[in-house]
Design a protein around this ligand. Structure first.
Ligand code: MV4
Length: 448
């Protein structure tokens, strides 16, 4: 096994990866920016290196410096976490050119899934269902009109270089299409430097359900069930759970097989996630593939007993997947709440500051993946995710009650958080009934 791994990230995910390494007897190397000198991941790692000033572009995205630290420290592999450089094919290539192992997929697979219209074409050829629409970029308004009238309104325009919801535009009729097309193209250029857009049929009241996959470098691919991630605000997930209340064993098998086919079609290796959009009639369609470990991976771990981060490391080292599909068994239910430093009274804007008091909950089935500690100051430079609280129960109701109790007994002072939102959401009849659509946050406000 690797003797030393560099963790090219910060916050809770860096801490999570360091924990996996420690459990495997691997020495850990942290990197940090000037704003993160006292951060938890720096304290947890065996060694830590300054990589640059606070802005990510000069620190956590500073490829030259990160490679230099890996070489200087004698790290044999780099775990990128999520975000930052995790899905950057140029970074993966640089890592490999320096004789270092990237703990993640091969760069070709990442490249293939980075352009969303290209990903749709690949999935269509692989027999994975995609939302009706184009597998070629749309280059003019006339073409957009033609395609939209063929698939029927409403339609959604998306940036090919985008993903995660940024720049998307809905058009409910031909009159709305012109503005939507221009806006989408403009945003695609502004945000991603690539004006390429494509069109899909707009699915009303969808759920976002994703399948976790694990693939080794020897051709073995399995899926590790679904996560329901429909509860989001501004395209940012806030509550996730596994299993989904609407996925039957038969649907799980079909979605799982589609996800495995998706991974196989691009020679995927390591942990990955195939995102599907699921309509109210439970038709499912490929949306995107995330070629990284995801924030919400703990709900899969808690319901299967499979440590996904340890498998990432073993797979990168070249080990064969010792798990067969029939070894993946669901045990109980898990719910994750993302605890953000956000001010609910200011439209959930980030709320940095010093954490003057911090008491995490305890109890059967409760897991906290935190990136902060009492006395530390949350800075405005990075994602405001403080921690993830995960509750496991023998069934959904037990997990829900445990989560509400855990949220209620958490003490965070000095900064504002979204804990109150979570308590409201988990206590809401729509959540209790499992009516978790992507419109949940709105539905909750409009209830009765
Ligand atoms: C969609 C959709 C409806 N139909 N695609 C948002 C996140 C990204 N991964 C995919 N997203 C969506 N894709 C089709 N064909 C609805 C969403 C969606 C959404 C879209 C616009 C504004 C807010 C949204 C909130 C949740 C989901």
């Amino acid at each position: 096994m690797f003797k030393k791994v560099l963790v090219a990230n910060r916050g809770e995910i860096a801490c999570r990866v360091i924990r996996a390494c420690k459990e495997m007897g691997i020495r850990t190397v942290a990197i940090y920016s000037e704003a993160d000198k006292e951060a938890l991941h720096v304290k947890m790692a065996d060694e830590a290196y300054l990589v640059g000033p606070a802005p990510s572009a000069q620190s956590y995205l500073n490829i030259d410096r990160i490679i230099e630290v890996a070489r200087e420290s004698g790290s044999e592999a780099i775990h990128p976490g999520y975000g930052f450089l995790a899905e950057n094919p140029a970074f993966i290539e640089r890592v490999e050119q320096n004789g270092i192992v990237f703990i993640g997929p091969n760069s070709e697979a990442v490249k293939a899934m980075g352009l969303k219209v290209e990903a749709r074409r690949i999935m269509k050829s692989a027999g994975v269902p995609i939302v009706p629409g184009t597998v070629d970029p749309i280059s003019s308004l006339d073409e957009a009109k033609k395609v939209a009238s063929e698939i029927g309104y409403p339609v959604i325009l998306k940036a090919s270089a985008g993903g995660g919801g940024i720049g998307m535009q809905i058009a409910r009729d031909e009159a709305e299409l012109e503005q939507a097309f221009n806006m989408c193209q403009k945003r695609a250029q502004a945000y991603f430097g690539d004006p390429t857009v494509y069109i899909e049929k707009y699915i009303e009241k969808p759920r976002h359900i994703e399948i976790q996959v694990l693939a080794d470098k020897h051709g073995n691919v399995i899926h590790v069930n679904e996560r329901e991630c429909s509860i989001q605000r501004r395209h940012q997930k806030v509550i996730e759970e596994a299993p989904s209340t609407v996925v039957t064993p038969e649907l799980r098998k079909r979605m799982g097989e589609a996800a495995v086919a998706a991974a196989r079609s691009i020679n995927y290796d390591n942990a990955g996630t195939v995102e599907f959009i699921v309509d109210p009639n439970l038709n499912f369609y490929f949306l995107e593939m995330n070629t990284r470990i995801q924030v919400e991976h703990p709900v899969t771990e808690m319901t299967t007993g499979i440590d996904l981060v340890k498998w990432q490391i073993r797979i990168a080292y070249g080990e064969k997947l010792a798990l067969r599909q029939e070894d993946v068994v669901i045990n109980g239910h898990a719910i994750e709440c993302r605890i953000y430093a956000e001010d609910p009274d200011k439209n959930f804007m980030p709320s940095p500051g010093k954490i003057t008091k911090l008491v995490w909950p305890q109890g059967e089935g409760i897991r906290i993946d935190a990136g902060v500690y009492e006395g530390w100051s949350v800075t405005p430079y990075y994602d405001p995710l403080l921690a993830k609280m995960i509750a496991w129960g023998k069934d959904r109701e037990e997990a829900r009650i445990r989560m509400i109790n855990a949220l209620r007994s958490t003490v965070i002072e000095g900064i504002k958080t979204n804990i109150g939102f979570h308590i409201g959401a988990l206590s809401h009849p729509l959540f209790i009934e499992g009516k978790t659509y992507t419109t949940f946050v709105e539905d909750m406000k409009n209830y009765k």
